[in-house]
Design a protein around this ligand. Structure first.
Ligand code: IPE
Ligand code: IPE
Ligand code: MG
Length: 248
């Protein structure tokens, strides 16, 4: 007997605030760095899930502009881990057809890391199976200010009339330019906040908060979040009746 499956709406773009590494480690009597390392398997799982489900873009928050305020030792360990993880994963990601893009302010990052980031971007730029955006030293407010600054420079140079600045034009100057806004934001770790992630791009994103700590976020948890997204009605300001029947 053939079973028929209802078509489940899958997000095109998933963004994740990967939170809870430190608490995961502390609960086990381990140093916080052990939690960051353990979180890598949840990153691999999320990439794999996206490719399997046909999700085209995955944006992960790896390090925020505010994370620079952490103890120097933790920042140093994190930076070392990013470099190590990039070196360890790049061959496989490239072979799997993942296009890697980094967003964030690279100015304070170690030159060796910045070089590897650029190399990874160049090496994978022709890939199209999944776009993996890694937000590294990223802040949503900084992103918006940067965009405003670039437009102001164009206006000052006389190459852009202020009247021509609209949402689309502004969007083009932001870090995620060329990509659709996230459809679904997942935040693990139990806190219900955005923590200066993609402030502009999350305007109409469906939010999913999980109490799980990032290293223990599983494929089942990911599936639960995606399934919940499929149940949401996205209204964009319209009424429920309008969305169910566009002829309303
Ligand atoms: C998220 O885990 C990773 C980064 C912010 C780099 P945390 O390190 O914030 O873990 P908690 O929130 O302290 O448990
Ligand atoms: C958000 O986590 C940033 C990343 C996951 C990279 P934080 O742990 O830094 O967030 P807050 O400070 O608790 O809001
Ligand atoms: Mg945290």
């Amino acid at each position: 007997m053939r079973r028929s499956f209802a078509l489940v709406r899958v997000p095109q773009h998933v963004a994740i605030i990967m939170d809870g590494n430190g608490r995961w480690a502390q609960r086990r009597g381990l140093p916080r760095a052990a939690g960051h390392r353990a979180g890598l398997s949840a990153v691999r799982m999320s990439i794999e899930r996206c490719m399997t489900l046909g999700i085209g873009v995955l944006t992960i928050f790896a390090f925020s502009t505010e994370n620079w305020r952490r103890p120097q030792a933790e920042v140093g360990l994190l930076m070392g881990l990013f470099l190590e993880a990039l070196d360890a994963e790049i061959d496989e990601l490239a072979a799997q057809g993942v296009c890697i893009r980094f967003v964030g302010a690279r100015g304070h990052l170690a030159p060796a890391l910045v070089t590897r980031m650029s190399e990874a971007e160049v090496r994978t730029q022709a890939n199209s199976r999944l776009t993996l955006v890694i937000a590294m030293a990223y802040g949503g407010r900084h992103d918006i200010v940067d965009a405003a600054k670039r437009l102001a420079i164009e206006v000052k140079a006389g190459t852009l009339h202020p009247e021509l600045i609209d949402e689309a034009r502004f969007n083009e100057q932001l870090a995620l330019h060329g990509l659709p806004d996230p459809d679904l934001l997942i935040r693990t770790g139990g806190d219900h906040r955005i923590s200066n992630f993609l402030l502009w791009n999350l305007a109409y994103t469906e939010l999913w908060f999980s109490d799980r700590l990032w290293p223990e976020f599983s494929a089942d948890d990911f599936a639960t979040a995606v399934a919940a997204f499929g149940e949401r009605q996205r209204r964009y300001g319209q009424t429920s009746a309008q969305v169910s029947d566009p002829s309303c």
